[in-house]
Design a protein around this ligand. Structure first.
Ligand SMILES: [Zn+2]
Length: 366
């Protein structure tokens, strides 16, 4: 057995070595920390650079935005000035047109409202045409002036053809009011009583006679106007030879069936076709192009004899119709309107030409 060895006490060298080893770990950690710290510094520096660059970019963008705003404002000012200049040019152009008379004259010597005193002085007019219209609603889609516009479209064309054939005809301004007592419940239907209309025509007859014109055609476009009693009343009291045409009755009775699908009374297929052809910009349409109109249905009275036409009444229009339309307009086309107009103009202009040439003698018109 050996005696137990006393524990070895650390010598100076031993303590030193331990101390040195401890010292060596600390230095390595320090180096690592230094590297990491250095790398962090680099990253931080790079971040600072990026941040700085972003700041520069942001500043440049702000400058660019500001310059763009300035440019936009300047462009707005220039555009505004250009608009003002354009507007001034338009005014100048319009004034120039007014000064020089609007270029080549479109005055039609057979339309009194367009012609002038210089023209009329030297023209021996033979026949006057007086268009009679109305102011009343026409279903939901046609204008209140439909009858007047139709009368003017027909009369002006018939007079033009007659004039071209050598007839000295003159179309008087249309009377835009008619008898509307049966439409007194239809909003803004404007009535002139039959006797009042008769007095107006009588005064115009006197004027024409005073100016040496002795033949007058009353061209009526409104069913509520009935002028035959006036012709009877004035017969023998005036030197004027009076003629009457309700163009929607006898003049076109034999052709309407061939042109239109359904019979027409008021604002139906015939009137709508004429409107589409000659004042289509005043016809109300839906977004899909269809007419903004109802079907034009009418209600029967309680008397079949009245509905058959055996017995006549003045029909209260607000009870007869839904929206003032009497007759279905939905099959109307402009082409049908043109076909009807061609017939009307040919027939009327033929009559006007013959009437202008006819000599008034004791047996006139036989
Ligand atoms: Zn009408």
């Amino acid at each position: 057995m050996t005696a137990p060895q006393p524990p070895v006490r650390p010598t100076k060298n031993t303590r030193k070595r331990v101390k040195v080893e401890t010292c060596t770990d600390t230095e390595e950690n320090g180096e690592l920390l230094s590297v990491v710290s250095c790398q962090l510094s680099v990253v931080s520096c790079q971040l600072s650079v990026v941040s700085c660059q972003l700041s520069v970019f942001s500043f440049q963008f702000s400058v660019f935005s500001f310059q763009f705003s300035v440019f936009s404002f300047q462009w707005s000012v220039v555009s505004g000035q250009w608009s003002v200049v354009s507007g001034q040019w338009l005014v100048v152009g319009f004034e120039w047109l007014v000064c020089v008379g609007g270029g080549p004259s479109v005055m039609r010597p057979w339309i009194l409202a367009e012609t002038n005193y210089g023209q009329v002085q030297g023209c021996a007019y033979e026949v006057a045409v007086l268009p009679m219209g109305a102011t009343e609603p026409h279903n939901l889609h046609l204008p209140y002036g439909t009858d007047t516009l139709e009368a003017e479209a027909i009369a002006s064309r018939a007079c033009a053809v007659a004039w071209e054939r050598g007839a000295k005809v003159v179309m008087l301004p249309a009377i835009p009011y008619g008898t509307e007592t049966n439409q007194n419940r239809c909003r803004l239907s404007m009535n002139v009583n039959p006797t009042t209309l008769g007095l107006v025509i009588r005064d115009l007859v006197e004027s024409l006679e005073g100016h040496g014109i002795r033949k007058l055609l009353v061209l009526n476009s409104h069913g509520g106007n009935e002028f035959k009693p006036l012709l009877r009343e004035l017969h023998g009291r005036t030197g004027m030879q009076l003629f009457l045409c309700d163009w929607f009755r006898g003049l076109t009775a034999d052709v309407k069936g061939a042109i239109f699908e359904q019979p027409d009374d008021h604002a139906g297929e015939m009137e709508t076709s004429l409107a589409l052809a000659y004042f289509g910009n005043l016809v109300a349409l839906n977004a899909d192009g269809t007419l903004a109109a109802d079907e034009g249905r009418t209600a029967p009275t309680r008397f079949s004899q009245v509905d058959r036409g055996w017995i006549s009444i003045t029909r209260p229009w607000h009870l007869l119709t839904t929206n003032t339309g009497s007759g279905n307009p939905h099959a109307a086309t402009a082409e049908k309107g043109v076909r009807l107009m061609e017939v009307i103009v040919e027939r009327l202009s033929g009559f006007l030409t013959e009437l202008a040439a006819a000599k008034i003698d004791d047996r006139f018109p036989f």
